[in-house]
Design a protein around this ligand. Structure first.
Ligand code: ADP
Ligand code: MG
Length: 323
């Protein structure tokens, strides 16, 4: 109970993209190797997410939809060494409170699937059915029972754009998972899931960028960086091509962006925004991920150590270009 109390409650569902993010993180945590995302109407009327992961057993289905019920954290010590993406146990309860959810799930150890329907937090169906191993969520009519919040949704195009960003980030941080994203029955992204980050970048950004990448591989004992940095000649007009993950999580961080940009600036003598996809690993004690409930912001205990490490890692990659 204490552990649960330590987990700060947060607003989980702001828009369709938040639902997609939570469900994709759950699928990844369930070790899915292939995930299909389909949306209609920017996800406002319909979202379907099908994974081939571990599934939820019959006796755990109802529990999964209870607030603060998570299978991923058991002790207070776990809180400080979280490796799964989700740990608050709020997503399914929050999503099902504000939409119409249908879930079909089958673990491979169970020879039938459970179909569970819950509308606005009220159970509508719990029955046995047939299905392949894995879990499929269908979410309909987000905010149907909270019209005030529904009003704040933007156009289908804008909401679809947010969803696309969420999927891209997860695809880049999980090249071992195949992501297939369809918007109104049209494929928007389909990654191979072969574990090769360069291939994922190719599927997402195209040939021009994928053929102009420098490998980044750096480790000074306190920070380690891997991934790819675009050659200086393919730099961009804004920060939107700077993607980085800290200990596996997509984050935005001014110190990291500045360190990357400074390294390019000192190399090219020009101030531009580069293309990078970086996996940054630091000691878990050096970072507090709990600053913001959506976990996009972080705080460092020693910012200059982070800055220096990133700067050096990127500089090294740029200088190795000539070799
Ligand atoms: P959290 O991810 O923080 O544990 P959620 O509300 O997102 O909380 O999910 C609750 C639980 O439901 C998870 O801990 C997990 O056991 C189960 N679950 C949710 N989605 C899936 C999935 N796609 N595959 C397998 N299990 C899942
Ligand atoms: Mg979750």
């Amino acid at each position: 109970q204490l552990t649960i109390d330590k987990i700060a409650a947060g607003e989980v569902v702001e828009r369709p993209a938040s639902i997609v993010k939570e469900l994709l993180e759950n699928a990844i945590d369930a070790n899915a190797s292939s995930i299909i995302v389909e949306i209609n109407d920017g996800g406002i009327s319909y979202i379907r997410i099908a994974d081939n992961g571990e599934g939820i057993s019959r006796e755990d289905v109802r529990k999964a939809f209870l607030r603060h019920s998570t299978s991923k954290i058991r002790t207070e010590a776990d809180l400080n060494s979280i490796s799964s993406l989700g740990f608050r146990g709020e997503a399914l309860s929050s999503i099902s409170a504000v939409s119409q959810v249908e879930m079909v799930s089958k673990p491979k150890t169970q020879d039938f699937a459970i179909r569970y329907q819950i509308h606005g937090g009220v159970e509508v169906d719990f029955s046995e059915t047939g299905a392949p191993n894995g879990t499929t969520f269908e979410i309909r009519q987000i905010f149907y029972n909270t019209p005030a919040r529904r009003k704040f949704l933007k156009t289908a195009m804008t909401e679809a754009g947010h969803i696309s960003e969420v999927i891209s980030r997860l695809a880049l941080s999980h090249p071992e998972v195949s992501f297939h994203f369809l918007n109104n029955n049209q494929t928007k992204l389909h990654t191979a899931g072969n574990g090769n980050l360069k291939d994922t970048i190719y599927h997402m950004y195209g040939r021009e960028i994928a053929t102009n990448l420098l490998p980044v591989s750096f480790d000074n004992g306190r920070i380690s960086i891997s991934g790819f940095a675009g050659k200086p000649e393919i730099t961009k007009g804004n920060r939107s091509y700077e993607t980085f993950f800290l200990n596996g999580r997509y984050i935005k961080n001014h110190i990291i962006s500045k360190a990357i940009e400074d390294a390019y600036k000192d190399f090219t003598m020009l101030h531009r925004f580069p293309f990078v996809v970086l996996n940054i690993e630091v000691n878990k004690e050096a970072v507090d991920v709990n600053v913001h409930p959506t976990k996009m912001e972080v705080r460092f205990s020693n910012s200059s150590e982070i800055y220096d490490g990133i700067y050096e890692g990127i500089s090294t990659a740029l200088h190795e270009k000539e070799l």
